[in-house]
Design a binder for this molecule. Structure first.
Ligand SMILES: C[C@@](CO)(OP(=O)(O)O)[C@H](O)COP(=O)(O)OP(=O)(O)OC[C@H]1O[C@@H](n2ccc(N)nc2=O)[C@H](O)[C@@H]1O
Ligand SMILES: Nc1ncnc2c1ncn2[C@@H]1O[C@H](COP(=O)(O)OP(=O)(O)O)[C@@H](O)[C@H]1O
Length: 318
């Protein structure tokens, strides 16, 4: 049986600005998304029948239709029924390293890997933009996960403009295992609390989304100036998540107090907090300091770094 193994990187949000609500229930965003080295490993293997099966080593991750990777395979089967009949169904095995429900796009990157893997298994020859378009029907962050690197994302997060690759930046991530923040709750609460200040003029809306292309953080990225990038990190969702989750605020404060930390911010809808750190040695030292301050086993800590790729195939068989 043919199979492919793929690396599916997590992401952090270097910038997340909520521009407006939309009539479809989503929000118009201006984001800068960054792939990181922390990644899941996904194996896709052909089956002799036409079924979709999902296995995962993480107890919190469902293996039924509610798994985004399952839904990605279902989408491919619906879009390409002839290929399903010719090549058979798919068994998907997820080796989870990315914390679940963390604001790190774990499910989205798994779905992106399944799209790329099935394209290969079924010899479909889809282009990156075709895969991204399919991904957008699964979730707002899926197209970015296909593309990877450093990207400006607008619309509901699915419209991508690539930025030049950054030099490696070291990152420490902290997440309480038992803490989950619902993305839908975060956006809904933001809308309730701050919605009255939205710009609702649709013409200017497009202009505001476009304005992110000249935002100071983008200048920092173009100049490869880590100091400027660090200074301009931003996440509107912190306005609702930090007051509701004091543990997240506490992590942010702890990170800010560490030597070598250039800046700290919550990723996406949280609850993961990340810190940009000057060097790998300092990142390891920061991790140790945080561990000493919070000996609670519930707190997961990772040292990772920016990467310049999205989904990557690491091996194939058959
Ligand atoms: C917040 C972000 C930032 O990158 O990431 P996470 O924290 O989830 O990783 C994203 O906007 C999340 O993207 P993703 O997780 O793919 O969201 P989706 O499945 O499309 O949407 C989940 C829910 O979030 C809300 N949502 C999402 C995107 C958007 N632009 N506006 C929204 O209001 C909607 O309520 C939607 O029902
Ligand atoms: N392949 C998957 N990996 C992780 N979580 C998944 C997956 N498929 C579905 N889920 C569900 O999606 C929810 C959000 O998880 P995840 O994608 O990790 O979070 P986030 O979007 O915050 O990065 C979780 O409650 C989890 O049960």
């Amino acid at each position: 049986m043919r199979s492919y193994t793929l690396i599916a990187p997590a992401k952090i949000n270097l910038y997340l600005e909520i521009i407006s609500d939309r009539t479809d229930g989503y929000h118009e965003l201006a984001m800068i998304l960054q792939s990181i080295g922390l990644a899941d490993e996904i194996n896709v293997q052909s089956l002799s029948n036409q079924m979709i099966r999902v296995n995962c080593n993480h107890p919190q991750v469902p293996t039924d239709q509610s798994n985004l990777a399952y839904r990605a395979a279902e989408l491919m089967a619906t879009q390409f029924p002839q290929a399903l009949a010719e090549y058979g169904g798919v068994e998907i095995t997820i080796n989870k390293h990315i914390p679940v429900a963390a604001g790190l796009a774990g499910g989205s990157t798994n779905a992106a890997a399944v799209l790329v893997g099935i394209d290969l298994l079924w010899n479909l020859g889809l282009t990156k933009s075709e895969l991204e378009e399919l991904g957008a029907t699964l979730g707002s962050d899926v197209p970015f996960c296909v593309a990877g690197g450093t990207v400006i994302a607008t619309g509901r997060g699915e419209q991508l403009s690539p930025l030049p690759n950054l030099d490696t930046i070291y990152i420490v991530l902290a997440k309480y295992r038992s803490l989950e923040v619902s993305t839908a709750w975060a956006y809904k609460t933001y809308r309730q609390e701050f919605g009255s200040s939205y710009l609702r003029d649709t013409e200017n809306l497009a202009a505001r989304a476009a304005a992110v292309h000249s935002a100071p953080i983008v200048k920092g990225i173009l100049n490869k100036d880590i100091g400027e990038i660090a200074q301009k990190l931003h996440n509107d969702l912190e306005r609702v998540v930090l007051p509701a989750y004091p543990q997240v605020s506490q992590l942010r404060e702890l990170f800010s107090a560490q030597q070598g930390v250039l800046a700290t911010m919550m990723s996406g809808s949280g609850p993961t907090v990340f810190a940009l750190v000057e060097s790998e040695e300092q990142a390891q030292a920061v991790k140790l300091q945080i561990r000493a301050a919070v000996p609670d086993e519930d707190l997961e800590l990772f040292v990772t770094q920016t990467v310049i790729h999205g989904i990557q195939v690491t091996s194939s068989m058959g």
